[in-house]
Write a protein that binds this ligand. Sequence first.
Ligand SMILES: [Zn+2]
Length: 274
Amino acid sequence: MTTSWWLYDHPNPHAPVRANGIRFHGYPQRQTKVRLIVVHTAENTPDIIGEDGGAEAVARYQARVERPSSYHLLVDSDSAVPMLPDQAVAFGARGANADGWHLSFATRAHLWPTKPAWWADQALELAAAEAGPRAKRWGIPLRRLTRGQIADRRTAGFAAHADTEAVFGTPGRRSDPGSDFDWDDFLDRITRPAPGPAPDLMETLMATELVDAHEQLADATEAQAAAAWMPHVARARAQAGAEPSAASDFQWAIRIVRGEARLLDAYNAIVDAA
Ligand SMILES: [Zn+2]
């Protein structure tokens, strides 16, 4: 039977058998409520060619690593891999495990400034979608904690592994998620409303009398999917210095949805056109 948690479905032969009968680095049941959402980078080689296998590669690694190491969730540019249930204790950071929830990006801490913009964009979006509802459920404010706040063992918030290690372990031993990790962008994405369908376009499509019902439905579905891509395209176009245009955003978004252009190709084309 699979559980949908990677480390339960892939027992680690180097870990002890836990109370739930599974070998993994961690404990099946936390005793303390979550105070810290701890952000990491996994320090793997990121995968930016084709399908992103970064998170999956780190997941496989954690299922056989000897030293105690585990996260709750791994994120790359196209997937979020649940490693352990939220109520389990992961071994993510010294001093921040009993009351920590551990989220890790499948990249290296020093690579944020040089990695393709689309990678960070998509990975941050996925991470925000996972961390946001949890923060809300656990009453965790959307703020990055200082080392002093981490040390008080009371203040709730988001924490860098570098900071929890500095407080509870050895200062300087860890740097993740990196000094260039964009905390403001990450936390902003949690508060930003999810992109919805573009109402005018939907209305226009639904009002087209010449299109039969099946086509309308297909178009509406496509338009809805495209609407979700529009903020990404708008950001790419803005970065490229293009004039703001919802129509252009939508055209590019449709191409992405139809598989005619990946976001990176679209971005490059936008830069060429701008
Ligand atoms: Zn870490």
